[in-house]
Design a protein around this ligand. Structure first.
Ligand SMILES: Cc1cc2nc3c(=O)[nH]c(=O)nc-3n(C[C@H](O)[C@H](O)[C@H](O)COP(=O)(O)OP(=O)(O)OC[C@H]3O[C@@H](n4cnc5c(N)ncnc54)[C@H](O)[C@@H]3O)c2cc1C
Length: 305
């Protein structure tokens, strides 16, 4: 197997903004590369509206990400829709095992994003897909004239509530703090203008109940709300699969990189939301993907370390 398998200069793991931009730069540097991603587009595909990516003041996350996928393909970049299960370091290369086959590469860029945080309350797993959702963009249209609740208070929760208000008759947004201090003021202003949305502050959902489908939520102050849907937008946690497998240096689970996006292991780079960066947004993910591919190019072709 190993004798026959093609060896790439670079394998990029993850096909969100960081991985796709790394691919665009790798193509322009004429590197022999492959992108492997579970789902083309990444987390931003879920965004109802993106209004802060330069030159785009009103684009859906799906459109933004699909134009990145097209860009990679126009440059003849190869994207395989597979899940990477294991990465092993061999003497001068890496072996990457997916759910489908094995690949070899001299260098790797990890652009695997992060994972959504769960509420971890009774009913959350039981009613997943039966009223519990982690993606308002995917499921909002199912709640026409219904009552829903959003858990959370950051940008993702607020934009989910605004989208839901376009369909549902009532949207509660349940947040543990007493104001939306983590969200962009522009989104908070829009939320305050939307009459269908009612914030419920200083509360946490402690239980989701129902029969076959969600019927309501119970809060930690004992109050209950009759709702048909619960959208969970309470933040993220690091995707630690490969940092644990490879023993990469991390900070609170996020991969530590230097300014060239190099990790603690020679030959492995990381970019975007999976790293210990300060701002987890499309623009920073793209920038880090670009820097990582540039560093790979310099190391492979120009011999820089
Ligand atoms: C609802 C929502 C709204 C948002 N709104 C905005 C906004 O308006 N503006 C903005 O700038 N940012 C926004 N963000 C944040 C933005 O989506 C992220 O910062 C950005 O997508 C990070 O890109 P990334 O490539 O690092 O990670 P991701 O986009 O998370 O992509 C990682 C990719 O890696 C893949 N992957 C993970 N593990 C594996 C594996 N083992 N094998 C193969 N593939 C794997 C995943 O499937 C995914 O496709 C929003 C996020 C959400 C959820």
């Amino acid at each position: 197997m190993s004798k026959m398998a093609k060896e790439y200069d670079l394998i990029i793991i993850g096909s969100g903004p960081a991985g796709l931009t790394a691919g665009i730069y790798a193509a322009r540097y004429n590197l022999n590369f492959l992108i492997i991603g579970k789902l083309n587009g990444g987390a931003i595909s879920e965004a109802h509206k993106v209004c802060n990516y330069p030159s785009q003041n009103n684009i859906s996350g799906f459109e933004l990400t699909q134009s990145m996928v097209s860009h990679v393909k126009e440059l003849e970049g190869e994207i395989k829709q597979e899940e990477v299960i294991k990465i092993e370091k061999e003497e001068k290369k890496f072996m990457i095992t997916t759910n489908n086959k094995k690949y070899f590469a001299k260098k790797i860029i990890l652009a695997i994003g992060r994972e959504k945080q769960k509420l971890s309350v009774p009913g959350e797993e039981e009613f997943l897909g039966k009223g519990v959702s982690y993606c308002a963009t995917c499921d909002a249209a199912f709640y026409k004239n219904k009552i829903v609740t959003v858990a959370g208070g950051g940008n993702a929760a607020i934009t989910a509530a605004l989208l839901l208000a376009e369909h549902a008759k009532k949207v509660y947004i349940i947040y543990r703090q007493d104001k939306f201090f983590r969200a962009e003021p522009a989104w908070v202003k829009k939320l305050e203008e939307e009459k269908k949305i009612e914030p419920v502050f200083k509360s946490n959902i402690s239980e989701i109940y129902g029969k076959y489908f969600v019927k309501g939520v119970k809060l930690d102050n004992g109050k209950t709300f009759d709702v048909d849907g619960v959208f969970v937008e309470i933040g993220f946690k690091p995707n630690e699969v490969f940092s644990k497998q490879l023993n990469l240096e991390t900070n609170k689970g996020y991969i530590i990189t230097n300014k060239s996006q190099k990790t603690s292991i020679n030959g492995i780079y990381a970019a975007g939301d999976s790293t210990n960066n300060r701002l987890k947004q499309v623009i920073t993910a793209c920038a880090e993907g670009a820097i990582a591919s540039t560093a790979v190019y310099e190391e492979l072709k120009l011999g820089e370390k």
